[in-house]
Design a protein around this ligand. Structure first.
Ligand code: PEP
Ligand code: MN
Length: 348
């Protein structure tokens, strides 16, 4: 699968802004081996502040239809209400995304899914602004249940209360978990909304590509400093071209059976079998310990004993803070599981 590249302004501001941006994109990418897949633009903007620019609404739709025909590029817009689906269909706009503020509300998503049902639209589901994998997955499932087959997930980061260098926290473990749950759904990263500035877009985009994301959605504007929304994070079509040609795209066509990889995978497979067996063995010994504790009336919690276990893992660790914190979490779970087993046996 070729990378899915989605580019275009945050919001539709005028016919001229849309056409200038689209024609600059065409100019930049006409001979590029990287192809644009969609022109993106918000016509109905969900703004926190009621006085902020809300987008032009329906009047921009005929211009977008023209753009998609003239530049031979599908256009996608954000939908938040069922009537938006009807307006898109009226103007032949067949690709839409559900925004991060909408995905937090299952009622809204269901209404959109009902409106989309029976159409042949491409539907992209952004992650909800809150870090809740189930809400995101639920949004995708509602769209799937509506019979939509062309679905993309878009990772745009998660809102954070405290100010940070990034506008939204990436929390990569969430989109990775989504990808594991739905391997067939392409996942696109939106580094523009994660970064909130132009400086960090390339780094975030590269991390996403390294993970194996299937594409990027990048806010692109002919004159970013005049943009009526998200001015700090929009780049020009020329900057987009330069960035995409500098990023390293991973190949999704390699066979996972390549010799070197296969050998290591076999090793991992054996190690995992041993870990699984050892964990079961460990639990069975825990059961025996529980019986002995019952027999001699010894309390379940034995802090000194447990601290010795922790120390053994710490003495046999890797000099790496991520590994240390993984072991800490793992041991916490192991201890909980062990206590739970001992309680269960005592109750019998
Ligand atoms: C957008 O893509 O323009 C947008 C509003 O994004 P999000 O819903 O991710 O904030
Ligand atoms: Mn935006």
């Amino acid at each position: 699968m070729d990378p899915v590249i989605i580019a275009g302004p945050c919001a539709a501001e005028s016919k001229e802004q849309l056409f200038t941006t689209a024609s600059q994109l065409r100019q930049q990418f006409s001979e590029s081996e990287i192809k644009l897949s969609f022109f993106r633009v918000g016509v109905w903007k969900a703004r926190s502040n009621p006085n902020a620019f809300k987008g032009l609404g329906e009047i921009a739709l005929p211009w977008l239809k023209e753009i998609s025909e003239e530049f031979d590029l599908p256009v996608c817009v954000e939908i938040a209400k069922p009537e938006h689906v009807d307006v898109c269909l009226k103007y032949g706009i067949n690709s839409v995304w559900i925004g991060s503020r909408t995905v937090v509300n299952p009622f809204d998503v269901q209404e959109l899914a009902d409106a989309l049902s029976g159409t042949d639209m491409t539907v992209m589901v952004k992650n909800p602004i809150v870090p809740d994998l189930h809400l995101w997955a639920g949004g995708i499932e509602r769209v799937m249940k509506a019979g939509i087959s062309k679905i993309y997930a878009i990772h745009r980061g998660f809102a954070e209360l405290k100010e940070n260098v990034l506008r939204n926290k990436p929390l990569w473990e969430i989109p990775i978990e989504l990808k594991v749950k739905y391997p067939e759904i392409p996942i696109i990263c939106d580094p523009s909304h994660i970064a909130g500035n132009t400086q960090y877009i390339p780094t975030i985009a590269q991390i996403a590509l390294d993970y194996g994301f299937n594409g990027l959605m990048i806010e692109t504007h002919c004159c970013p400093n005049q943009a009526l929304s998200d001015a700090e994070q929009q780049i020009t079509p020329e900057q987009l071209y330069n960035m995409l040609h500098y990023l390293i795209f991973k190949s999704h066509n390699h066979s996972p059976d390549e010799e070197l990889l296969r050998k290591q995978r076999n090793l991992i497979h054996d190690i995992d079998s041993q870990i699984a067996e050892l964990l079961v063995k460990r639990m069975l010994v825990v059961d025996e310990i529980a019986a002995i504790k019952t027999l001699y009336n010894i309390p379940i919690i034995q802090s000194n004993q447990w601290n010795k276990v922790v120390k053994r893992y710490q003495d046999n660790s890797l000099p790496d803070e991520h590994y240390a914190s993984f072991i800490e979490k793992f041991l916490e779970l192991l201890h909980q599981q062990s206590i739970l087993r001992q309680q269960k046996i005592k109750e019998i």
